[in-house]
Ligand binder design. Sequence first.
Ligand SMILES: [Zn+2]
Length: 121
Amino acid sequence: MEAPEFQLKGIQKRETYQRMNYLCQASHLVFLFSPTLSRFYAETMKKTAKKLVLRMHPRVKKLICKSCNALLVPGVTSKTRIRGKREKHIVVTCLQCGKFRRQRKKHGPQKHKTLVDNSER
Ligand SMILES: [Zn+2]
């Protein structure tokens, strides 16, 4: 007997999250030996999330360059500066492609929740 469609989708999403987790870990692991392979894993993770319309955790999302998919390791592949000209914010610049990302500097803990956080509680 086949499971209902909504159960299949739940299982499919859980497997995709597991795959994304694996790809993220693999990307970090091979980063020192092969930056190209690391970038490939990160790109695959992004594509996998996009295909099933899943959210990446904000912390994971901020680790990957939007333009070249390189891992943003502070001091190695990215530089991080605090700017306070208009509103205090953090600028993370990718040293591979030069693309930068502004992050608002927030006070207190951030309240982001992904689908996995919501479903487990
Ligand atoms: Zn980049």
